[in-house]
Design a protein around this ligand. Structure first.
Ligand code: GTP
Ligand code: MG
Length: 308
């Protein structure tokens, strides 16, 4: 008779910006928990995504891309990566197959190498490399990349995947479960994330801003949801969009308020399925000069290691 074992643990998803960390987490969860955009530094804090299966519970920790940044926001993002590196039982290190192994990846590997030497509850930790975006490269390019990953000596496995076309995503899931330590079901199956609805709504609005703006503007915007009120027919949501300068405010609002209106409409389409009803979405733009350099303001926004 085989005795079935229940496995659980934290899987920290780390890597340089824009390699597809959040896309991979969403694919593995089958739900959009983290926002995704073509711009680097989309994810600004640690985000928990829970996948409950009959014999395993996978607690994914999505993290911001590891990068060098001197302002308070950048530092809080790096701090979030550090906390994920120290807490995870398994480190899932994401690499972009199109770009190969860059200097920035090497810096991530150094951090992973150090983390692997730190003890953790379940004892030995492992790291797995996911070579993502293989849909964008020709097959002969993949094998040398797997070899280069293996050569680092820090990965238990190097798995080529494509998060968007779902190539080898089931295999990745299977291998992650195989390395999970034995453990209980920590979260109720209905719990998918530690983010509140308000925080998720704020992120969905920010996602539409990232998709609709250019140059410095997307990086200079923060969203604060001030009100989420259920009324008989609709939910009323009001949010403030903080920018750093008057010029950015003018760009975000657009001529005749057109851009802000477009952002609001596309955000509304994303938010309605999440809250499960029709919403009224009111957006206001406010200048908070150089907020990214203001540690207290960055903390107030909930960025950094933890949301709550
Ligand atoms: N073609 C292709 N594009 C992908 C794949 N995975 C992610 N992307 C795209 O890569 C871009 C970045 O994806 P994200 O998931 O936001 O990347 P990230 O690593 O979380 O980025 P940061 O949060 O900024 O560090 C998006 O435009 C995704 O659609 C993939 O497998 N194939
Ligand atoms: Mg991300």
């Amino acid at each position: 008779m085989s005795v079935s074992v229940h496995r659980s643990g934290f899987i920290g998803i780390v890597g340089r910006p824009n390699v597809g960390k959040s896309t991979i987490m969403n694919q593995l969860l089958g739900e959009k928990i983290s926002i995704v955009s073509p711009l680097p530094q989309t994810t600004r804090h640690r985000i928990l995504g829970v996948l409950t299966l009959p014999h395993a519970q996978l607690l994914f920790l999505d993290s911001p891309g590891l990068h060098r940044s001197e302002d308070a926001l950048g530092r809080s993002m790096v701090q979030a990566v550090t906390s994920v590196l120290s807490e995870a039982d398994i480190l899932l290190v994401v690499i972009d197959a199109r770009k190969g192994i860059t200097m920035e990846d090497e810096r991530v590997f150094d951090r992973v190498r150090l983390a692997l030497h730190q003890p953790i509850r379940a004892g030995k930790r492992v790291s797995i490399a996911a070579i993502n975006k293989v849909d964008l490269v020709k097959k002969p390019k993949i094998l040398p990349l797997i070899e280069a990953c293996a050569k680092t000596g820090i990965f238990a496995e190097c798995i080529p995947i494509s998060a968007t076309t779902e190539v080898q995503i089931p295999l990745l899931l299977e291998r992650l479960i195989a390395y999970l330590p034995e453990g209980p079901q920590w979260y109720e199956p209905k719990d998918r994330t530690d983010q509140t609805i308000t925080q998720r709504v704020g992120e969905l609005i920010r996602e539409q801003i990232l998709l609709a703006t250019r140059q410095e503007v997307p990086y200079a915007v923060a969203v604060s949801v001030d009100k989420l009120e259920e009324q008989p027919q609709i939910s009323r949501i009001e949010a403030t969009l903080f920018v750093e300068r008057q010029g950015q405010k003018a760009i975000l609002i657009g001529r005749g308020g057109l851009l802000l209106k477009r952002i609001g409409e596309s955000a509304r389409k994303q938010i309605e399925p999440l809250v499960g009803r029709k919403i009224y979405l009111g957006l206001w733009v406010k200048v908070e000069k150089d907020w990214r350099s203001d540690k207290r303001f960055v903390e107030r926004l909930g960025y950094g290691a933890q949301l709550s």
